[in-house]
Ligand binder design. Structure first.
Ligand code: 5GP
Length: 130
């Protein structure tokens, strides 16, 4: 069942189009389970997105619906990306927004990988009025 206002999977969402090669991306890694590419609006010196190769709207959808091989393969790919980018010595942060309150914008499950500077506290306070 769709959750948190995201609706059913939209085959025209931007990451589906990137997966199909209809929109370019700065690819950093690809295997049978996942594609990783640089975020178009980086919020840290390293800001990479890792997305599964399947029609999953969100983490909630992915964790409930993806088969075990996909879940394992996807999360192994996230670790491989971090290792291949040389991030393990200094460290990095993983983040996945899920649904309305998190501010998830793209309705295709993705993990953000941030690194390259001290990343501060975990949550940034919302702007006044939010
Ligand atoms: P969310 O808010 O859904 O967790 O994160 C979506 C992310 O996708 C944002 O950080 C945004 O900058 C990134 N993004 C949106 N459109 C594109 C695009 O066309 N290409 C790339 N590489 N990143 C995108």
């Amino acid at each position: 069942m769709p959750v948190s206002g995201l609706g059913p999977y939209d085959e025209q969402n931007i990451f589906a189009r990137i997966l199909r090669g209809e929109i370019p991306c700065r690819k950093v890694f690809e295997d049978e389970f996942a594609l990783a590419f640089h975020d178009i609006a980086p919020q840290a010196p390293v800001h990479v997105l890792v997305i599964p190769k399947g029609p999953f709207v969100s983490f909630a959808d992915f964790s409930a619906q993806a088969d075990t091989a996909m879940i394992a393969g996807f999360f192994r790919a996230v670790g491989t990306v971090a290792r291949q980018l040389g991030l393990e010595v200094e460290g990095y942060r993983l983040l996945a927004n899920m649904g309305k309150l998190s501010g998830q914008e793209v309705p295709h499950f993705h993990v953000h990988l941030f690194a390259g500077k001290p990343l501060g506290r975990m949550l940034v306070a919302p702007a006044a009025g939010e």
